[in-house]
Design a protein around this ligand. Structure first.
Ligand code: LHQ
Length: 256
C-alpha cells in the first residue's frame, strides 16, 4: 500500500498521508512518497490541494520507532527530508487546505500550519509534541505558529506542548472551521472547488505577497506588489476577468 495516496477531482488534488497504524507518522518511505506527491501537485492542471490523513490521525510527525536504538544525525534528517518537503508544500503557487481529521502532532502540526487554511474535524487535536520528547519545534513550527498566533501564544503553546482541541484551535483562529468528523472530506471538497476555479496565478502571487508582508518595509512591499501585479496582468485570467466584467457575464478562469 502506498504511504501517500493522491487523487484528483477536477482541479483539486487530495494528498492523503497513509500510515494509519501510527497516525501517519513519517518514516523514510513516506517522506519520499510525499515528495513525489508534492511534485505532482505542481502541475498546472492542479489548481487547489487538500492535505489530509488516512484513518483517525492527520500526522504525528517523526515515527519514533526509527529512534528506538539511536536517533542519528537529526539535523541532517531535517535538512534532507522534512525541510525540502515543507518548502515544497509552502512553495505551491495555489491554495492548500489542511483537512485535519485527527491528531496533528510534531512535524505533522508544522505541515498543517504550513497550509493556507485549516479545516478541522471536531475530533482533531493539535499537539506541539516536540517539547514532550526534549526537542525544539521544527519543520517550520516556530515560523508558522508565531505568524499565525503571535509570540505570546506561540511561546506558551509550543513550550507547554499541550494538546489543543479543534474548538480551542478555532477560537484561536488557527483553524478556519470545525465540522463533524463524517463531514470533513465533503466540506474540504466544497471549500477547495471554488478556490480551484479562481485565477490561480493571481492567487499564488497573493500567497507570496502575504508571506513577504511580515518582513518588508512598506516601500519594499509596494514595489513587490507592482512587480507581481505586472505579472498577474500578463495572465489569460486577467483578460478573461476584464472581458467578463465588460460583457456582464460570469468569468471562466483557466488558471493560465
Ligand atoms: C506513533 C507516533 C509516533 C510512532 C503515535 N511515532 N508511533 C523530525 C525529525 C527528526 C527528528 C525529530 O523530530 C522531528 C519532528 C517531530 O515530529 S518530533 C515529534 C514526534 N511526535 C510525537 O512525539 C508524537 C507522539 N504521539 C503522541 O503524543 C500521541 O500519539 C498523540 C497525542 C499524537 C495522540 O494520542 P492518542 O490519540 O492517544 O493516540 P496514541 O498515542 O494511542 O497513538 C496511536 C498509535 O499510534 C499508537 O500505537 P499502538 O500500536 O499503541 O496503537 C502509538 O504508539 C502510535 N504513534 N505517534 N510519532
Amino acid at each position: 500500500m502506498a504511504e501517500v495516496e493522491t487523487q484528483s477531482d477536477g482541479g483539486v488534488m487530495t494528498i492523503t498521508l497513509n500510515r494509519p497504524e501510527v497516525l501517519n507518522a513519517f518514516d523514510s518511505a513516506m517522506h519520499e512518497a510525499f515528495r513525489a506527491a508534492l511534485e505532482e501537485a505542481r502541475k498546472p492542471e492542479v489548481r487547489a490541494v487538500v492535505l489530509t490523513g488516512a484513518g483517525r490521525g492527520f500526522c504525528v510527525g517523526q515515527d519514533l520507532n526509527e529512534f528506538k536504538d539511536a536517533a542519528g544525525d537529526i539535523g541532517e534528517r531535517l535538512r534532507s527530508t522534512y525541510n525540502p518537503n515543507v518548502l515544497a508544500l509552502r512553495g505551491l503557487e495555489k491554495p492548500v487546505i489542511a483537512a485535519v481529521n485527527g491528531p496533528a502532532a510534531g512535524a505533522g502540526l508544522s505541515l498543517a500550519c504550513a497550509c493556507d487554511l485549516r479545516l478541522a474535524a471536531s475530533s482533531a487535536t493539535f499537539v506541539p509534541a516536540f517539547i514532550g520528547i526534549g526537542l525544539v519545534p521544527d519543520t517550520g513550527a516556530t515560523y508558522f505558529v508565531e505568524r499565525l498566533l503571535g509570540y505570546s501564544r506561540a511561546f506558551e503553546w509550543l513550550c507547554s506542548g499541550r494538546r489543543l482541541s479543534a474548538a480551542d484551535a478555532h477560537a484561536w483562529g488557527l483553524v478556519a472551521e470545525v465540522v463533524a468528523e463524517d463531514r470533513l472530506s465533503a466540506r474540504a471538497a466544497e471549500l477547495a472547488a471554488p478556490l480551484a476555479a479562481l485565477p490561480t496565478r493571481a492567487l499564488g502571487l497573493t500567497k507570496r505577497l502575504l508571506e513577504r508582508a511580515a518582513v518588508s518595509s512598506l516601500e519594499e512591499q509596494l514595489e513587490l506588489e507592482a512587480e507581481f501585479q505586472a505579472e498577474a496582468a500578463r495572465s489569460e485570467d486577467f483578460r478573461e476577468g476584464v472581458n467578463a466584467f465588460l460583457e456582464k457575464r460570469e468569468p471562466r478562469f483557466s488558471g493560465r
